[in-house]
Design a protein. Structure first.
Lengths: 300, 411
């Protein structure tokens, strides 16, 4: 492309033409499928569509019913608990593992593989594995009881009050390996000289991490945050495999509400209303953040 | 003799491939996957294959609530199967209204379905605007209490004669380390149990006022409060049965780990496969031993509208085969359900099935909730009941208030 030197003002539209042509399919997908699908869904959430979409507007009825439903409220609460905790724990544990891994230990490759391995499993498999692990008759509880602590009780999946933590455990087991890898890549990107300088100045290691390294890893943290957060909002398969929402409604999540009402209850309108609320929640969190992050300065 | 058999076998090998050339493959989707159910499906497939066509089995594991969304999205998404199971009632109503299902009126007239299918309400559920869209295959009723004789022997109490006896025997069972009532964790099971309590403890009038007339006042009234109190008792008795699927819960009764289970007559198939005998190994109480009314729910086959001529013909053949007396006997004996026609001979039926047939003959039948309310209302009820049964901190009064709201807005 260097061969054809610019004469005068180049037409902005035709700059990097090849790249633009190449991205047309992706743009179409984004516009038609994502944006179009979203608008369609929001639009039909104001109708009383049952099994098939119908244009029979009922205003905000579906939303009123949604927020009056105790199952939806439980779903939202569960998502909040699960989301906040899984964000905190996967970042903290992931970073700690990466920091430990970065101490020039032996067999690093082996450890890295072991920690990352669960990520290769789907949520369905993860859910089933942990369903067995947390089953009081076969899993952790029975192992510890057989060791002598006969009063030991740990059956989160059968206790409505703590079932969501049982799901959290499985999610962390599956996901922290990836966070660790991302963090490790970030740590490896830090210049050796910074460490040397910190050591010369006599700064303790934890302080170096906290005050120098972590602020320098900001881009890595943001990438990780986006990956974890998108995983949280769409959590569905893990719950289905592990508890199918039970006991009772105690581990329901919004995505499952959407599916159940769209397909099992044959009430598309209600499902669309719920998915619109999910979109709105994400928008409320993402838009101000994106505005602060990208709005202020122009990026070239 | 031997030569003849050989010749017959040879002839068969020659004719079979020829027959296969004309045979049409028809994919049939259903959610019959437990032991007894699979055996029954085998009978149906055999009957269809005998007509020279080929049954392609499309079993979907994980109960109807998992299977139905898959079936519906295949039909609405333009990839219809040859035939599919639904429950009697309103589950496929909108699919029919959209013209996605094949009209079976011609087959029905030829087979005189209007005369042979009993009770008539089954065919009514298949009929929309005067046309028939489904072939009913069996009648399933929910109102059964299955009891393990062994468990009661171990606990040193008599085998209950009705629900109240079981409630009274619960402390003794608990003392002997036996779960008084087995209940799987899937929402539809808690919901079904509640409906059974409504009919069997409350009677036909109460049930019809609530589900047929959708009277919110009755649903929130004193009569219904009694049912909720009984449901709370059932909740206490079922506490600790950490199983999900219905057949796992039935298995607890089968092995004497649980005293009883309220489950539809499909549980019968499990007892049969395990080689247990009604009366000596287990006891069945229709209507919980109190009000002997059965709901006539069950299964029916629907046939999506296909473009392929050959397949459409095969659909008609399958529809006729389903209602055929011979298939009815073979299928229902294995499944533990009741046949949809009264002119078949079920001499081989066991005691429990005979009890069911008697009640049918007496005409003590009610439409099931699947026939009376929409899938949407059914799901809301399921949400409420599964929450109520899993969480002992919800009082019967609070649950009843929510129940009345659901009935008030039901359709």
């Amino acid at each position: 492309m260097a061969a054809h030197a610019p004469t005068g003002r180049p037409n902005q539209l035709f700059r990097n033409l090849n790249a633009k042509i190449a991205s047309i399919p992706m743009m179409l997908v984004a516009l038609v499928i994502f944006l179009g699908g979203t608008i369609w869904t929001v639009f039909y959430s104001f109708t009383n569509s049952r099994l098939l979409p119908r244009l029979n507007f009922v205003g905000f009825d579906q939303y009123e019913r949604l927020w009056a439903s105790s199952r939806w409220i439980i779903s939202i609460q569960n998502l909040a608990i699960y989301g906040i905790l899984s964000l905190i724990f996967s970042l903290v544990i992931g970073f700690m593992l990466a920091a430990l891994m970065d101490q020039k230990i032996r067999f690093e490759n082996t450890f890295r593989t072991i920690f990352l391995y669960p990520f290769a499993l789907s949520f369905i498999v993860t859910g089933l594995v942990w369903q067995w692990m947390l089953n009081p008759e076969f899993g952790v509880q029975s192992v510890i009881r057989s060791l002598g602590w006969t009063s030991f009780a740990f059956d989160p999946l059968y206790n409505p009050d703590i079932v969501i933590y049982g799901i959290l455990i499985a999610a962390l087991w599956q996901g922290t390996g990836l966070v660790m890898c991302l963090m490790l890549a970030g740590l490896r990107g830090i210049d050796e000289d910074i460490w040397k300088a910190a050591r010369v100045d006599g700064i303790p290691m934890w302080k170096t991490y906290l005050l120098i390294i972590i602020p320098m890893m900001r881009p890595v943290f943001i990438t990780t945050l986006v990956i974890i957060a998108s995983g949280i909002v769409k959590v569905y398969d893990l719950v289905v495999a592990q508890t199918s929402g039970g006991p009772g409604n105690a581990s329901e999540v919004p995505a499952k509400y959407v599916y159940d009402y769209m397909f099992q209850a044959q009430n598309l309108g209600q499902g669309f209303a719920a998915s619109t609320m999910m979109l709105l929640t994400v928008a409320i969190i993402v838009v101000p953040w994106a505005y602060l992050e990208f709005g202020g300065r122009k990026r070239g | 003799m031997n030569i003849r058999a050989m010749a017959a076998a040879l002839a068969a090998t020659v004719t079979l491939p020829l027959g296969a050339a004309y045979a049409t493959d028809l994919e049939v989707t259903h959610w019959w996957t437990s032991g007894g159910e699979a055996a029954a499906v085998g009978e149906l497939a055999k009957a269809f294959n005998a007509t020279g066509n080929k049954w392609v089995d499309g079993a979907i594991a994980g109960s109807g609530s998992t299977a139905r969304p898959i079936m519906i999205s295949r039909i609405t998404g333009g990839d219809p199967m040859g035939a599919t199971q639904f429950n009697h009632g309103r589950q496929a109503e909108e699919l029919v209204q959209e013209g996605l299902m094949r009209d079976l009126t011609a087959v029905a007239e030829k087979g005189k379905w209007k005369d042979v299918i009993k009770p008539a309400s089954l065919l009514d559920s298949c009929t929309i605007d005067g046309k028939i869209y489904c072939a009913p295959i069996n009648i399933h009723s929910w109102q059964w209490l299955w009891l393990s004789n062994e468990a009661f022997k171990k606990a040193g109490v008599e085998v209950p004669k009705n629900w109240n006896d079981l409630v009274a025997a619960a402390p003794a069972l608990k003392k002997a380390g036996i779960q008084p009532l087995a209940l799987g964790g899937q929402p539809w099971q808690a919901n079904g149990l509640f409906d059974v309590l409504t009919i069997s403890l409350g009677g036909k009038d109460l049930y019809e006022k609530v589900y047929k007339d959708k009277d919110a006042k009755v649903a929130g009234g004193a009569e219904m409060a009694k049912i909720f109190a009984a449901a709370a008792q059932a909740r206490d008795m079922a506490k600790g049965s950490n199983v999900q699927d219905w057949n796992q819960a039935t298995n607890m009764v089968l092995t004497g780990k649980a005293g009883g289970q309220i489950m539809g007559d499909w549980a019968q198939g499990e007892f049969q496969i395990a080689g247990k005998k009604a009366g000596t190994d287990y006891t069945c109480l229709p209507g919980l031993g109190l009000n002997e009314y059965l709901t006539t729910g069950g299964d029916a086959f629907y046939f999506p509208l296909l473009k392929d001529e050959e397949k459409s013909k095969a659909q008609d053949i399958l529809a006729a085969a389903i209602v055929d007396p011979k298939t009815q006997v073979a299928f229902n004996l294995k499944k533990g359900s009741l046949p949809i026609r009264s002119d078949v001979d079920l001499a081989a039926a066991n005691d429990c099935m005979k009890k069911g047939l008697d009640i049918l003959a007496k005409g003590n039948i009610i439409k099931s909730t699947d026939q009376l309310v929409s899938a949407d209302t059914q799901k809301q009820k399921e949400d409420l009941m599964s929450e109520f049964f899993a969480n002992a901190s919800i009082t019967p009064e609070a649950a009843q208030k929510r129940f009345a709201d659901i009935i008030g807005s039901a359709d």
